[in-house]
Ligand binder design. Structure first.
Ligand code: SAH
Ligand code: SF4
Ligand code: F3S
Length: 383
């Protein structure tokens, strides 16, 4: 039987995709190997969120080349999938000539049966892609526009997981709150490529990319439906964004004991000036008031977050605002990243990467020190 080695870079979304890629390989008669040197095929499931993530993919290939040269072995087939598909095929072949085939994740699909290693807790995708316009972020380019999975398909998968003995379900999407509400979406590349007319003012607001629910938000309906499935004891979701954390969602968490009290709510910055440049669509005040509203209704709620330090133009005062917000909320876990300009994104085009590596590092260290290190496993959407 031919063998496959799957190397997963990046966040939980990729790890979940790899479970379905393995399911697909297995249905075609492949066995999985944990040793890349022995594999007939190597799948690289890549991440692009920061330059360092892409560099790791190159590093893997360099290692492979070195090994092949030393041993004289035949080159395994190399398949590239995941978020580096923001590059087109020609660019990928120039960058990584060793790649034999490109696999868009949409070809694997949501409903491909997964092979899961974790037998207690299951990751279930509810959407892919992203319709938001955070200026620094490559994800909408690499995963495309947001697409929600039909609710019946999700429910069927969770029912079958429950029958298999799974008690914990982690629902996965770049913005779970907007599940079922995405508009068909603006063509990102077209919008961003029009350099002459491109300015910060042409970037749509994140909120405008979704239909405002007039009745119960579909995500709340999904939570209610899944929590009634016999055997399911705990439901967690990643990630929620502050601009559409519905009151109905807060009410549901408050009355539904099966929903995890850990809420991951990326803030990215505590400075209004930087939040505006990031196009996040909320202010530090509205973020803090959301946290307060959640705590009022869900007194045992605990929060996690993501923060970017060294975004273009971030002054010491901006950073102090972030520190202040972090202390006010008292995050249980905060994932801090140093800004990495991603070619193609709005911030790359609009703002020079003007914070030195030294200052980024200093700010990163300060924030990293005051965040809890015991809970790293709580944060899945960060590579
Ligand atoms: N949709 C999710 C996460 C996507 S990426 C969300 O909105 O939370 C995960 C994290 O990577 C982001 O929250 C952000 O903190 C970080 N990130 C994204 N782009 C980045 C960049 N260009 N430089 C540094 N960190 C980045
Ligand atoms: Fe989407 Fe999250 Fe990236 Fe914003 S940070 S564009 S919400 S994936
Ligand atoms: Fe993609 Fe996740 Fe990285 S969505 S860019 S693998 S952080």
């Amino acid at each position: 039987m031919p063998s496959v080695f799957i190397k997963t870079f990046g966040c939980q979304a990729n790890k979940s995709d790899s479970e379905r890629i393995l399911g697909d390989y297995s249905s075609r008669g492949y066995t999985e190997t944990e040793i890349w040197r022995e594999a007939d095929e190597i799948v690289l499931n890549t991440c692009s969120v920061r330059q360092s993530a892409e560099d790791r993919v190159r590093g893997f290939i360099l290692n492979l080349n070195k090994y092949l040269q030393e041993t004289g072995k035949n080159k395994p087939k190399v398949i590239l999938t995941g978020c580096m598909l923001h590059f087109n095929e020609k660019e990928i072949h120039e960058l990584l000539p060793e790649v034999d085939e490109i696999l868009p994740i949409a070809e694997v699909g949501f409903n491909q049966k997964s092979i899961r290693k974790d037998k207690d807790s299951a990751w279930v995708p509810i959407s892919t892609g992203c319709n938001s316009f955070c200026t620094y972020c490559i994800v909408p380019f690499s995963r495309g526009r947001e697409r929600s999975r039909p609710i019946d398909d999700i429910v069927k998968e969770v029912e079958s997981l429950a029958l298999d003995g799974y008690k914990n379900i982690n629902l996965l999407g770049q913005n779970v709150n907007s599940f079922g509400l995405e508009k068909s979406g603006i063509n990102l590349r077209k919008l961003y490529m029009d350099k002459d007319n491109f300015s910060a003012g042409t970037i749509p607001s994140n909120e405008s990319q979704y239909t405002k629910p007039t009745t119960k938000p579909p995500f709340v309906l999904l939570l209610q439906t899944i929590s009634k499935i016999p055997g399911i004891e705990k439901i967690t979701f990643f990630t929620s964004n502050p601009w559409d954390f519905w009151n109905e969602l807060i009410d549901e968490i408050a009355i539904n004991p099966k929903i995890d009290r850990f809420i991951h709510l990326p803030v990215q910055s505590g400075s209004n000036h930087i939040l505006k440049l990031m196009n996040r669509g909320y202010t530090r005040e509205s973020y803090l008031s959301l946290v307060k509203r959640i705590k009022e209704k869900v007194p045992d709620a605990v929060f996690g977050t993501d923060i970017i330090v060294g975004f273009p133009g971030e002054t010491d005062d901006d950073f102090l605002d972030t520190l202040d917000l972090v202390k006010k909320v008292g995050f249980k876990v905060a994932f801090v990243a140093r800004y990495s300009p991603r070619p193609g994104t709005a911030s790359f085009k609009l703002y020079p990467d003007d914070i030195t590596a030294k200052v980024k590092k200093e700010r990163w260290e300060i924030l990293d020190k005051i965040t809890n290190k015991d809970n790293l496993s709580n944060r899945p959407l960060i590579p």
